[in-house]
Ligand binder design. Structure first.
Ligand SMILES: C[S@@+](CC[C@H](N)C(=O)[O-])C[C@H]1O[C@@H](n2cnc3c(N)ncnc32)[C@H](O)[C@@H]1O
Length: 251
């Protein structure tokens, strides 16, 4: 706890990123990844295997962009570098230890939704939220990977707005997630999208509730899918465990 607080204090990040909880979440994911190492391993291995398979189809020294790179737990870092690929990691927060550890990677700190700062500002002023213009890439990568990011895109925005008594409307999350998928499809390059689809709450191995993580995004059935035991019993609750169904789509 103290270590996490110190990390929060010393990690450079704009105040709106801190205030909206993105930095806290990045630090918390590191701690969760450590605690849940065994439970998460099959999911992390599936992600890594898929990334290796798709990267292997590229010419050597291709440009790969990873959105939602975070702590790179789900990225086969050494394998990607071995092929001489140029890797660009994009996330709203990069912890210094991640940047220090993977010297061969390029890190871009960026909000891929274009909504974080506009929302922060409008909560202060009460105006309507208007997203920044969609991100125009100067050079199209040979592969874009959206990595366990999609379902997260609206969460902190909604939490922050609700905390400040601002109603973003019933379709806000759907529109944010749709915009990300549309953006991926419009890049005119190879895309690998990995995202949780729904989560199951289980008691004693029995599913007691299922909650969708994604709205209807007009996606086909995923090309691959698997379970991610994201919160084994004892992690989020004494009795309840949480399992994600994760899907992977190749565009
Ligand atoms: C579930 S984590 C992905 C796991 C990550 N690949 C790892 O191994 O640590 C989701 C990531 O999405 C990032 N993220 C959330 N909203 C974002 C946004 N609007 N733009 C860019 N990154 C965002 C978070 O900071 C977090 O690192």
């Amino acid at each position: 706890m103290i270590f996490e607080a110190v990390q929060h204090f010393f990690t450079p990040a704009p105040s709106y990123i801190r205030k909206m909880g993105y930095l806290r979440e990045a630090i918390a994911i590191e701690a969760r990844a450590k605690r849940c190492k065994i439970a998460w391993q099959p999911h992390l291995d599936n992600c890594k295997e898929l990334l290796i398979n798709v990267a292997d189809k590229l010419d050597p020294q291709s440009n790969i962009m990873i959105l939602g790179s975070g702590g790179l737990h789900d990225v086969p870092c050494e394998a990607l570098l071995r092929n001489g690929h140029n890797i660009t990691c994009v996330d709203v927060v990069h912890l210094p230890k991640t940047v220090k550890r993977y010297k061969g990677f390029r890190f871009i700190t960026r909000d891929v939704s274009g909504l974080i700062k506009p929302l922060y500002e409008t909560v202060k002023t009460g105006a309507r939220v208007k997203a920044d213009p969609p991100w125009e890439l100067i050079k199209t990568p040979d592969l874009i990977i959206s990595l366990n990011l999609l379902s997260q895109l609206a969460m902190k925005l909604i939490e922050y707005a609700e905390h400040h008594g601002k109603d973003l409307g019933i379709l806000f999350a759907d529109n944010v997630l749709k915009a990300h998928v549309d953006w991926l499809k419009n890049q005119n390059t190879r895309v690998l999208l990995i995202s949780d689809i729904y989560r199951e709450y289980r008691v004693g191995g029995k599913v007691v509730e299922t909650v969708a993580s994604l709205p209807d995004l007009n996606l086909n059935e995923p090309d691959q899918s698997w379970d991610w035991n994201i919160a084994p019993k004892g992690e989020a609750d004494k009795e309840i465990s949480i399992r994600h169904k994760v899907g992977a789509w190749h565009f």
